[in-house]
Design a binder for this molecule. Structure first.
Ligand SMILES: [Zn+2]
Length: 70
């Protein structure tokens, strides 16, 4: 299945672009604020993987790694 790796550098660059785009969209999602299930205000921010914090209630809670609900 694997052919001779002639010009592998070219393929490396080719794979680089879409991966970078995907990572960017994930970062956008992480920056996005979500509605708090307690106060219903859009004050929830992801502080680390699976941990969310509502600025309004000052409460931390667990959620999905990259988005609160899905
Ligand atoms: Zn809240």
């Amino acid at each position: 299945m694997v052919k001779k790796t002639k010009g592998s550098g070219k393929y490396g660059a080719r794979y680089g672009a879409p991966l970078k785009q995907k990572r960017q969209s994930v970062e956008d999602k992480q920056k996005k604020k979500y509605n708090c299930p307690l106060c219903l205000k859009q004050k929830v921010k992801r502080i680390s993987s699976g941990i969310w914090h509502c600025k309004k209630c000052n409460v931390k809670f667990a959620g999905r790694a990259y988005s609160l609900r899905e």
